[in-house]
Design a protein around this ligand. Sequence first.
Ligand code: FAD
Length: 276
Amino acid sequence: MNAPLSLEFFPPKTPEGSAKLRAVRQELYRLKPEFCSVTYGAGGSTQTGTFDTVAEILNEGVAAASHLSCIGATRDRVREELTQLRSMGVQRLVALRGDLPSGYGAGGEFHYASDLIAFIRQETGDAFRIEAACYPEVHPQAKSPDSDMQAFAQKVRAGADSAITQYFFNADAYFRFMDEARKAQLDIPVVPGIMPITSSTQLMRFSDACGAEIPRWIRLRLQAFGDDTASIKAFGLDVVTGLCEQLRRGGAPGLHFYTMNQSAATAELCKRLGMI
Ligand code: FAD
């Protein structure tokens, strides 16, 4: 039996981007996602775009999750957002701290994602299923792997129902994270976040920013392909299919695809995995 899959999009900035994303979604709905989530720019920068995209997905008859980040936010603003999301019929949130662009003072009334999760539970009870983020390769700002596991524990205790990981290319990091979470009696489902490899420069840039490790053997091969995008994509499909197979064999409860608003790589991965 296939484990569920979910898809992540970001809110488009232009009407052309919105039209393209609509077409991408129609392609990917063939995969029968459990839900589609839409990212939210820290500081509320994409709020309208995020909520509009979530509303479109709901109108298309598919379950939608809104990401919500709390850094720099006030309780009043989050309360209003929760009211709006409930009135739209949203039942699932991905609750995050977020990262403010450098130059912004943090301010705000929330420090960590666990504060946001506790607030959502306090304000709305069980109205939302809450997803938290977690980091098999350890969040880049964490003081230590143990303190990052403590941060995950706080999110679970605050009321997270399940979690989605930052992407990674080393399945052992996920399995070790799961072992440690189980030892700490953190038994919520943790769904691996999967990043398709379609561009070498984009992947290097994202990975440097979010602390995801690109193993040396992958990095060197990507560099050797230079501008040969066909070879990068073919290699990326092989690598990521292998990763997903390992994760599914090892009991991952689902797969969450960072689609980057593109359909081809995610659709081909799911085809190779027998998920269509
Ligand atoms: P937290 O859980 O608050 O952790 C942040 C850091 O603080 C960690 O280093 C943690 O170890 C530490 N920490 C937590 N609690 C404590 C404590 N009590 N004491 C000391 N240290 C503590 N970003 C966006 O802006 N928008 C998005 O839509 C978005 N979607 C994402 C979806 C997923 C699935 C993932 C994995 C990440 C996403 N991000 C998004 C990125 C995320 O916002 C960043 O990784 C951010 O730096 C951390 O967010 P968090 O919710 O994990 O924070």
